[in-house]
Design a protein around this ligand. Structure first.
Ligand code: FAD
Length: 405
């Protein structure tokens, strides 16, 4: 038997970075919301060592958090700003430097623990009367009505709304129930994350070295005053990734030291290691009548540019902006298509760029190595090209809502 229905404006399935940011944006507009997730967002404890899952938050994403009013809380937890980035190639002497000053900015971004973001997004929502939580919960069925949509939860609870948003990650159940096709391309690599201590200061710089087996990034984290704590994101072919996960701590530390070219001196492992399969995925469409997909439910990227969460935050900023300004039915396909059109370009460009990087830097063929060295060298000496890359990666381009720039 189905329990009595709850009526809200919008149902949001998934309370990850994209879902919770959308909940905050829409709660600010006074919309009534039902939030469904299997688990509650995690709590942050300053006494605990750094979380191994971190996100490179772009200035564009910071603007979204500022608009919601949670950025001071995120900063008060633990964030590491970086104002430079160095990318270099293991197979040649080519390297490129990005510096915030070149585009008159004070930072390129912030490395923030995922727990710090999620808990800051969740805290202000606990007392908002229009936000109803269904946790633990998941949607088992979706029913379309003429004037709305219904979601039936595992416990038979019935939710009714004008719009349902799937923010439930790369394995999105909403996407499946809505029968939205999904194209997936595995990179045949695992992403390994861990925290390390370096011998020399990271100099508020994000370091990334392209190895034949995949890129290794060392990103500033933590509150160490000597700037010697980094989060590593190491993308490696399956076989090598398996070896890296099985190595003893000393051997693993030595392996990172060598793989990072000893740029930051000797590296020592500080935390456990976690690994994730790296997959590029794209939903065939982002909307259907009364349904929209955002974040990883809509698209996933290779983490080498640290843009997955930032893309999801742009999704929700644009969707929230369209919903705020529409006088029509907020679930109508015509209105939702505006969101889909607004997102198509950036996501496609980003995915194509990631595929190209992985293919070009995964090759050790001499002509390819020579060509990429020349390309990197040209980019290094072309300020306008560097500015273009930086402005896009930082989310400073103009095709975003004003509050998200
Ligand atoms: C190794 C690695 C490093 C990365 N580094 C960066 C970086 O530096 N910068 C960056 O921008 N991005 C980065 N990313 C990508 C980023 O982590 C993701 O894009 C981002 O977390 C996606 O957020 P989301 O809210 O869309 O989905 P998720 O974080 O996956 O959240 C989905 C939510 O939905 C819930 N859920 C799932 N299924 C159901 C269901 N059936 N019913 C109810 N609830 C459900 C989950 O519990 C979860 O809370 C990285 C990714 C990896 C793998």
């Amino acid at each position: 038997m189905t329990a009595q229905a709850t009526q809200v404006d919008i149902i949001i399935v998934g309370a990850g970075i994209a879902g919770l940011t959308l909940v905050n944006l829409l709660a600010k507009q006074g919309k009534s919301l039902a939030v469904v997730d299997r688990v509650l967002p995690p709590k942050f404890d300053r006494e605990q060592p750094c979380d191994v899952r971190v996100t490179a938050v772009s200035p564009g994403s910071r603007a979204i958090f500022e608009h919601i009013g949670i950025w001071p809380q995120v900063q008060a937890k633990r964030t590491s700003a970086f104002d430079a980035m160095v990318v270099w190639d293991a197979a040649s002497s080519a390297e490129i430097h990005f510096c915030a000053r070149e585009i008159r900015q004070s930072v390129l971004g912030y490395i923030v623990e995922n727990k710090a973001i999620l808990s800051s997004l969740h805290e202000p929502l606990r007392e908002v009367p229009g936000v109803h939580w269904y946790v633990p919960g998941s949607v088992t069925d979706i029913v379309h009505r003429d004037d709305g949509i219904e979601a039936i939860l595992e416990n038979k609870q019935l939710l009714r709304a004008k719009l349902l948003v799937g923010a439930d990650g790369s394995r999105s159940g909403v996407r499946g129930l809505a029968e939205i096709p999904y194209a997936e391309k595995p990179y045949l690599q695992q992403g390994i994350v861990a925290n390390v201590q370096t011998e020399f200061s990271h100099q508020r710089t994000a370091w990334q070295r392209f190895l034949k087996t995949g890129p290794l990034a060392l990103l500033p984290v933590g509150s160490d005053k000597k700037h010697r704590e980094c989060s590593i994101v190491w993308s490696a072919d399956h076989e090598y990734a398996k070896q890296l996960m099985q190595m003893g701590e000393k051997e693993f530390s030595q392996e990172i030291t060598t793989a990072s070219d000893s740029r930051l001196g000797k590296v020592r492992l500080l935390s456990e290691r976690a690994d994730f399969p790296l997959i590029s995925g794209q939903a065939g469409n982002l909307v259907k009548p009364r349904i929209a997909l955002v974040g990883d439910a809509a698209h996933t990227l290779h983490p080498l540019a640290g843009q997955g969460a930032n893309l999801g935050l742009t999704d929700v900023a644009i969707l929230a902006d369209i919903l705020e300004h529409t006088k029509r039915d907020i679930g109508s396909l015509r209105m939702l298509r505006k969101y889909e059109r607004a997102r198509a370009g950036e996501v496609q460009v980003m995915q194509s760029a990631m595929h190209a990087f992985v293919a070009v830097y995964g090759s050790s063929s001499k002509p390819v190595v020579a060509a990429r060295s020349v390309a990197l060298s040209i980019a290094e000496h072309t300020p306008s090209m560097k500015r273009f890359f930086m402005e896009h990666a930082m989310g400073l381009n103009r095709d975003r809502p004003v509050f998200a720039r």
